[in-house]
Write a protein that binds this ligand. Structure first.
Ligand code: ADP
Ligand code: ASP
Ligand code: MG
Length: 417
């Protein structure tokens, strides 16, 4: 079996969905499981709905209508028959949302978040499944929440591999299966999500549990490039890289592959292809076991909107293991991800990503023990297989706050000038 994952960019409008159909026509769809994300920026749009709900904002209804209008527009373009069952199916999903908002009693933001954002994937897979049927491509719509079981860490759920494996084993393999990325459910059957951009990971979970032949993630780029073309000119395609190189790139922030995707694939040596949904017959990038053929080219990764925090002791004492373990305990508690560490005798600096906006709270806790200084909105550049010339192009015109070098990797924290 092959696992194909189509992300938000590939299904952002009616033409995108038609293109997914064409891709399958070209590359084949026998024995394929399709994992699909929410269309375009739907997850972000639902985040606005959730915020409005908790803020009791008068904009709540308007924000729901916006998501509805976007989906209806796509339906109108895809389905000529106004009586197609898809219209009712999509309406039901929105009525379920209204009903949830009316009846919900939980004050838990993360719980509510997952119950609502998950509808993005439920909507997209419903549309795609009906559309394929209307084009004569029979398929099976699967509710992934019945298969992928997780703990109840809403918004960042951890997979229960044993249960998930058991559930997935029963999947019918001959048909074209279509399911949602990014979602799971906890032991009470409530929806959970696997972390933003988590649909690549869903593809890997299925591949691992099914012992799949391969995973292909279809992107708006030709494959894994040596840099994000949004930020770097003249990025080049890496034809073949090892799991290890891919893990490193994803870990440092190459968003083309979700970092959690690679470990399950590497464990079973299942190859990962990153291909263009615009030119599906091109080879793209193959990620597999073995030596790296390509990346002797320097690879550039940028993480924007980072925080550089420096902590020093209030009484000029050393920052030692004990303090450091306490600091990390707090970072873990506040779900703040460390992207770079540097320490000297009396000061400890970390570059972090505060996805959940918890830094102000953490800062107050840290300030009781340390002197805390910080720079907001800094960028962290990572160069794998760096050269001095590569470093120079990155640092040019920027104020460098930290520079750190290890054997293969250079990291530079900059304040944009
Ligand atoms: P999806 O639609 O599957 O969610 P993403 O938008 O998350 O896809 O990932 C594709 C994007 O990743 C590209 O448009 C590109 O801007 C970005 N990207 C970041 N780093 C790289 C890289 N090294 N190679 C290719 N693309 C990259
Ligand atoms: N729709 C989810 C998100 O936007 C998951 C994904 O796209 O991978 O984060
Ligand atoms: Mg994405």
């Amino acid at each position: 079996m092959k696992i194909f994952k189509f992300g938000g960019a590939s299904v952002k409008d009616a033409d995108g969905i038609k293109n997914v159909f064409n891709v399958l026509e070209q590359v084949g769809h026998e024995n394929v499981l399709l994992v699909i994300s929410a269309m375009g920026k739907t997850t972000n749009a639902f985040e606005v709905v959730i915020k409005n709900y908790f803020d009791k904002s008068p904009e709540l209804q308007a924000s729901i209508q916006e998501v509805k209008k976007y989906h209806n527009q796509i339906l109108m373009e895809l389905f000529e028959d106004e009586n197609d069952a898809v219209f009712g199916a999509i309406n039901t999903i929105f009525s379920d949302l209204e009903s949830f908002l009316q009846h919900n009693k939980s004050p838990n933001y993360n719980f509510v978040y997952d119950q609502i954002v998950s509808l993005g994937e439920v909507l997209s897979t419903t549309v795609v499944s009906h559309y394929f049927n209307s084009r004569g491509l029979k398929n099976q719509w699967i509710d992934v929440r019945e298969l992928i079981k997780t703990d109840n860490t809403y918004r960042d759920a951890i997979v229960d591999w044993d249960l998930t494996q058991k559930n997935i084993k029963g999947l019918k393999k001959k048909t074209l299966n279509i399911t949602q990325g990014f979602l799971g459910s906890d032991e009470n059957g409530f929806t959970t999500t696997l972390g933003r951009e988590g649909s690549d990971y869903t593809a890997a979970i299925f591949a691992y549990c099914l012992g799949a032949e391969s995973v292909t993630i279809w992107k708006d780029v030709p494959g894994v490039l040596n840099a994000d073309p949004r930020y770097f000119e003249n990025a080049i395609l890496l034809n073949q890289i090892s799991y290890r190189e891919a893990i490193e790139l994803a870990f440092y922030g190459a968003t083309v592959i979700h970092p959690k995707t690679l470990q399950p694939l590497q464990k079973k040596e299942i190859p990962l292809y990153v291909k263009s949904f615009v030119n599906p017959l091109l080879p793209g990038t193959r990620v597999s076991k073995g030596a790296d053929l390509e990346p002797q080219a320097s690879c550039f990764i940028v993480k924007k909107d980072q925080l550089l925090i420096s902590l020093s002791s209030l009484d000029f004492s050393f920052i030692m293991e004990e303090n450091i373990s306490e600091i990390f305990g707090l970072l873990h508690k506040y779900k703040i991800k460390v992207t770079l560490i540097q320490n000297t005798a009396i000061s400890f600096s970390i570059c972090v990503e505060d996805k959940f906006g918890n830094f102000p709270e953490l800062k107050n806790v840290l300030a009781k023990k340390f002197q805390v200084t910080y720079n907001e909105n800094v960028s962290l550049y990572t160069i794998r297989h760096f050269t001095e010339a590569a470093a120079e192009t990155v640092a040019q015109g920027k104020e460098v706050l930290v520079k750190q070098i290890s054997r293969e990797t250079m990291q530079i924290v900059t304040k944009e000038a």
